[in-house]
Design a protein around this ligand. Structure first.
Ligand code: PRX
Length: 654
């Protein structure tokens, strides 16, 4: 994809906002001027968008960089801001969530209903011994109760740690341990592609390790399947939540109180617990949601297709839309169940006006053909968003034409788990958009592209994306490992946050994201590290050594390709180098068990050697060339230059 981007850096197409859109837009060019005084700007946003229990007088304190407390002497509650204040303002009957189950049944959650259910759940959590500061793991499918669980935690000041329902018991176990969670909230199972899949079993398996501090497992009945039950520990949601009072006072917490921990992959094998706090996070997520999506809470129907297991589902499903009083759609299922027009059917059914999704989904829809979306009424749409990976210009143009009918602005939003909120994006109604470019840092955000020495590159140049100023939704560190926080983000370029992405500035100074420059892969917009999958592979008894690369893939952006050397005694299991399908199936299943099905390698190649430098470092670059079917680059630094031709021959025979 980067070749594609390289070629199109001389993009001539530009789509200025329509006068009608610009006339009604929330954002204006004036925002950039207002934001010149960054602290005054964020102060105004924090005051306008949130309700504080105690007003703050301090703004940013960067004296202990890279730690950046914002609004530190203010207090507030996230759930109060998301729910109660709207109900108190007479908006209780506004729809907060249109829930669409995979089977097409639906449920309407008004702000009043959501507030009451969150209050009851908060009372139940307190009754089960969860208190201020206790960590709660949430392992649930994409149903309203997942949002209820998150907001109930926020309501009592208990940081949640949501673990994506597609992660395995092993992945859940390591996250529970790292955060020392006291409770897990889960469901008996989930609906997926027309069948039910168990979920609680993975929680049981995680706790069976015997080393977690989990006291209770709160289980929402979703599918009605059989579950194993431990009377001393497990509690049905329907036994404890409905009988609670809806009287509950949200606990005001300091702005810097931890709101959640969310694990994400980095360059080492162990995922990092990214820590986000309350005041700054809510300020920037609400601000970006309002301006980047041009949200009009009275009339818009907003739909972000992300799962709450990822940062997009935290910031732009569970928090910002509710803080802004929006009406949103939550969909439990997959885009192709029971048919490939499912998403467009949902847009038509609810009259969705703002759609926020990932390039991988757009590319899948492109493959399925435009007759499908053409069969539904998409005229309600007025703005389209993209997130998670670079969007290739072809997909961007398709999105604009087929879904947006050449009428809707597209916002390509760049950000990360660590940034908490959108950082780079066109401003709808202001920016003339370019297919494939995320374009400019938002007002209030300091960003640049620098060379190896940390010097800004001129227009037309490429390098590393950095953030030059602290921002309100910035991560407050890595849970339990602040040294790793400094080292990972702040040591490569002193005084600047290193995002891990390569980027270019075009002749107009617009930013083009070029993908990760580290060992992080982006598979369907999901972040996985090569080392994490390598560790999973070498934990299998057959495997002596493994190297993983992200190969280019037309639909998923990247795909996991693994090169594996078997231990001597198992080599005969692979009938022939490059073959050994049974071994490959076992290894794929093992990766799914260790991490989750999303991490399963697309291809596993059994090899006799890996390309290494004389100092023993694996040259992944060369493996990536092989996986991408490119001519293999310079092999002169290899200890044994014949290795690559052996690997290629093995591959050719596959
Ligand atoms: O490489 C960038 C890519 O996704 C990474 C962050 O992944 P994660 O923390 O899982 O958050 C994804 C959702 C916010 C980034 O380092 N990325 C995200 N958005 C874009 C992107 N790459 C290009 N263009 C984007 N719009």
């Amino acid at each position: 994809m980067s070749d594609d981007l390289e070629n199109l850096l001389h993009e001539e197409r530009s789509f200025p906002p329509s006068p009608e859109f610009a006339a009604q837009a929330n954002a204006s060019a004036g925002l950039f001027e207002e934001a010149v005084d960054r602290e005054a700007f964020w102060t105004a946003q924090a005051r306008d968008l949130l309700t504080w229990d105690t007003a703050f007088t301090q703004v940013l304190d960067f004296s202990d960089a890279p730690f950046a407390p914002w609004f530190a002497d203010g207090t507030l509650n996230a759930a109060y801001n998301a729910l109660d204040r709207h109900v108190d303002n007479g908006l209780g009957e506004r729809v907060a969530i249109h829930f669409e189950a995979e089977d097409g049944t639906g449920e309407t959650w008004t702000y009043a209903r959501l507030r009451d259910e969150v209050a009851r759940t908060a009372n139940a959590l307190t009754g089960l011994g969860v208190g201020l500061g206790d960590r709660v793991a949430v392992y649930m499918p994409m149903i309203p109760q997942a949002v209820v669980a998150m907001l109930a935690c926020a309501r009592i000041g208990a940081p949640h740690s949501v673990v994506f329902g597609g992660f395995s018991a092993e992945a859940l176990h390591s996250r529970i341990l790292d955060a020392s969670a006291r409770m897990v909230i889960t469901t008996d199972g989930q609906f997926r592609r027309g069948t039910t899949m168990p979920l609680k079993g993975a929680v049981d398996e995680a706790i069976a390790h015997g080393d977690t501090p989990i006291e209770h497992v709160l289980v929402y009945r979703r599918t009605g399947g059989e579950v194993a039950w431990d009377e001393s520990r497990d509690v049905w949601w329907h036994d404890v939540v409905p009988r609670q009072s809806t009287e509950h006072t949200p606990v005001p917490v300091p702005a810097e109180h931890p709101l959640f921990i969310l694990y994400t992959s980095g360059t080492t094998g162990k995922p990092k617990g990214i820590l986000h706090t309350t005041g700054g996070y809510l300020t920037q997520t609400a601000y970006t949601h309002r301006n980047v999506f041009d949200l009009k809470p009275e009339t818009d129907v907003y739909w972000c297709t992300a799962d709450v297991g990822w940062i997009t589902g935290h910031s732009y499903v569970a928090y910002a839309p509710l803080v802004n009083g929006a009406t949103q759609v939550i969909y439990e299922g997959t885009p192709d169940t029971p048919h490939r027009g499912r998403w467009w059917e949902i847009v038509q059914k609810y009259g969705v006006t703002i759609l926020y999704t990932a390039p991988t989904a757009i590319r899948a829809c492109m493959k399925w053909g435009e007759e499908l979306p053409n069969g539904f009424d998409l005229s309600s749409l007025r703005l389209l968003g993209s997130v998670g990976e670079p969007i290739n210009p072809e997909a961007w143009m398709w999105y604009r034409r087929v879904i947006g009918h050449d009428r809707c602005p597209i916002v390509d939003t760049w950000w990360q788990t660590e940034t908490g909120a959108i950082m780079i994006s066109p401003l709808p109604g202001v920016t003339a958009t370019k297919p494939g470019s995320a374009q400019r840092a938002l007002p209030g955000i300091g960003m640049d592209v620098v060379n190896d020495l940390g010097e800004p590159v001129p227009n037309g140049g490429g390098g590393y994306l950095v953030l030059t100023e602290p921002w309100p939704a910035m991560l407050r560190g890595i849970w339990g490992d602040q040294e790793r926080y400094r080292e990972t983000y702040w040591s490569r370029f002193p005084g600047m946050y290193f995002a891990g992405d390569g980027a270019k500035k075009d002749d107009d100074g617009d930013i083009w994201l070029l993908g990760r420059v580290d060992d992080v892969m982006n598979i369907s917009g999901h972040r996985l590290s090569t080392t994490e999958i390598e560790s999973a592979l070498v934990s299998h008894p057959y495997v002596a050594e493994a190297a993983v690369v992200g190969a280019a893939d037309d639909t998923t952006g990247q795909a996991v390709v693994a090169f594996v050397i078997l231990r001597g005694e198992f080599t005969e299991l692979a009938d022939e180098v490059g073959e050994g399908r049974d071994v490959v199936a076992q290894l794929r299943a093992h990766v799914a068990h260790e991490i989750g099905p999303i991490a399963k390698p697309r291809d596993i190649l059994i090899v006799n050697e890996l390309p290494k430098t004389r100092s023993g470092k694996i040259m992944r670059r060369l493996l990536k060339d092989v996986a991408d079917h490119r001519t293999v680059g310079d092999v002169t630094t290899l200890a044994d230059s014949s290795v690559m031709s052996l690997i290629q021959r093995g591959l050719a025979g596959k």
